[in-house]
Design a protein around this ligand. Sequence first.
Ligand code: PEP
Ligand code: MG
Length: 323
Amino acid sequence: RRMKAEANAHQRAITLGGTEIGIYANIGTAEEAYAAAESGADGIGLFRSEFLFLDRDRAPSAADQQDAYARALAALPGKPVIIRLLDIGADKQVPYVQAPSAPNPALGIRGVRLWQHQPELLETQLDALLRAGQDAGPDSNLHIMVPMVTEARELAWVRQRMEARASALGIETLPKLGAMIEVPSAALNAGTLAAHADFLSIGTNDLTQYTLAMDREADALASFADALHPAVLRLIKETIDQAGATCPVGVCGGAAAETLAACVYAAMGVAELSVEPTRIATLKQALRRLDEQTLIAMIPDLLRQPDAAHVRARLADFSLTAT
Ligand code: PEP
Ligand code: MG
């Protein structure tokens, strides 16, 4: 079965009900974009750009960044490549970024909140992205994604900066701009974000942490910090419903790689799932066998469960043949 899944990895994933789900890859370096393309990725759903910034004394130059982004775009010509703007401040720290120290870094200055203190970080990264997108020409399908968005004004502020830099550089074709949904307020207000966004992507790692108030790094809580918790599922459904038909929603958190969760997200209406490249073939195969009508009918019952264990017990009845 594994051999069969891999043989079909470059074909699209279309469910039994006829819905196509894009299966994208999560990457941390430009080199991984090539591995992703070889694994059958329909796009890059999350390029964690912070890996370019870690373990250094100073921030990478615009030219160094541009080179990395250009290589990622070149690996998947024409396919969507979602590059996330620098997401540091909580679990990841660098010496050249002076985030005000905080007793609770996960609730402090991280992601989009950081750049207001050091706007040159954002401007340099935007310049590198805009130039890489421009150089890739008509084959470029660059998407820029903003981490840790809480409110629409943050996305509007980044768009304003992006438009200002594009006009300063004489670049007319703007990349798509989207927000990560990983804070409960962003999920609950997804409609107001969608009005400012070209796409949304749900980060289940942080969304689970912030919804359940369970540190994603705490081993003692790991078995409870489950993205299949009904409260997290409600927020995901709310996001997709509020985003509507014009703003596609993806999932790029770790749960997207789990077959059962991926099928639930597909049944709720996500456009794409982004996972480690090694999971792509198996996930595509599972989605091709998904009878989503059965799962769609189960969703109200899943949302009424008291905890993740009960959701998993309900889903165990839903037979999956492609794991
Ligand atoms: C997430 O929070 O789910 C996510 C994809 O981002 P990261 O794991 O890098 O915080
Ligand atoms: Mg996150």
